[in-house]
Design a protein around this ligand. Structure first.
Ligand code: SF4
Length: 357
């Protein structure tokens, strides 16, 4: 087995010496920027994350600058990336490091791992890239490469199997060059041993790769769970009075916490317009206050565990509503771009949604 370990690592480093995958954060040694890139890239493709990385660096050149920003400023820069809990953790942790470590990023694995929003993978990435500490990364790319090369037919999403993969990853790590090794295995998974159509024909590992020998590349890695997705139906009411509209800051323990949307009626299903206009709850939101200006076609946004289907109903008010609940605010329509919205709302503002009438 030791021979296989050495073969794997040696071939990986040989491959990395010839492969070129330019990434803005590659070779970065500033732990703040490494951490920023890693948080941005959780559940986000590198190409999508890159402009956000550049924008955050420009807006907040140091972790203290990020700590001193308002939550609205952070969310506005984050807009469009989704998974807003990451933005919340980013801001919280910047403040924590500023207060606890006087703005100097902690340099031990345990201190890094203890930061909010930092799991095993992110801690290993920051520790190895920023401080050359010998911790192997284990992300989706690494799981896939290890499952295939060693022919491990155990579910990668079952906690009981994680220890085995983590030990294997740690044994394979080149302890003299942890940053180069970690970068190499992630690049190899992303560009060579890809989820679909891995490049086995030109692979330096194929001589000892179990998946290649048994033609199981396409069934490995194994996953136990299929993600359950539910559908939710949002009816949004955009109240207009003169040149102002009502926004709602989402504060509940639900999706998009901290972002802005509108007064909302969530229903069990999607209705055609005729039926919708007869529903008492819907009538309450409309006729009590004003006249319908337009209703959009249903539009959707897919999240990890749920699909949001939204209909936007714009209403002209006869008089300005008194707002009693501080989650709601009147804003100038022309100033709306100052607020961070979920993607489905931004798309609506950009006229990507058809109207019914
Ligand atoms: S031979 Fe194919 S499956 Fe095996 S490591 Fe190489 S690319 Fe991945």
């Amino acid at each position: 087995m030791l021979e296989n370990y050495q073969f794997f690592t040696q071939k990986l480093l040989e491959w990395a010496a010839t492969a070129h995958r330019p990434l803005a954060w590659k070779g970065e040694k500033n732990p703040y920027f490494i951490w920023l890139s890693e948080i941005l890239l959780q559940q986000t493709r590198a190409e999508q994350g890159l402009p956000y990385y550049e924008r955050f660096k420009a807006a907040f050149p140091t972790i203290v600058d990020l700590a001193n920003a308002t939550e609205d400023e952070v969310f506005k820069l984050w807009q469009g990336l989704g998974y807003y809990q990451r933005a919340r953790n980013l801001h919280f942790t910047a403040k924590y490091i500023t207060d606890t470590y006087k703005g100097v990023f902690p340099s031990s694995y345990d201190e890094i791992r203890a930061l909010k929003g930092v799991g095993d993978y992110t801690a290993a990435a920051i520790a190895s890239f920023g401080f050359d500490l010998p911790y192997a990364v284990l992300d989706g790319n690494v799981y896939r490469v290890l499952s295939r090369f060693f022919g491990i037919e155990k579910a990668i999403d079952e906690p009981k199997n994680k220890k085995e993969f983590a030990e294997l990853a740690q044994n394979l790590l080149d302890k003299n060059a942890p940053a180069a090794y970690n970068q190499a295995i992630m690049d190899f998974g992303a560009t060579h041993c890809k989820p679909k159509n891995p490049l086995c024909g030109t692979c330096l590992h194929k001589e000892k790769c179990v998946a290649f020998a048994s033609q199981k590349q396409h069934i490995l890695p194994i996953k136990a769970k299929k993600i359950q997705r539910k559908e939710r139906y949002f009816y949004y009411f955009i109240y207009h009075f003169e040149d102002k509209i009502v926004l709602k800051k989402r504060a509940d323990q639900d999706i998009w916490q901290g972002l802005y949307d509108f007064p909302l009626l969530e229903m069990q299903e999607l209705y055609d317009t005729k039926t919708l206009l007869q529903i008492t709850d819907f009538q309450f939101f409309v006729t009590k206050f004003g006249q319908i200006k337009k209703i959009s076609q249903p539009t959707s946004q897919q999240l990890t565990h749920q699909k949001i289907i939204a209909v936007f109903v714009e209403i002209n008010l006869e008089k300005k509503l008194e707002i009693m609940d501080n989650q709601y605010i009147w804003v100038d329509l022309a100033q709306k771009q100052q607020y961070a919205f979920p993607k489905i709302v931004s798309d609506y503002w950009q006229n990507k949604t058809q109207t019914l009438f």
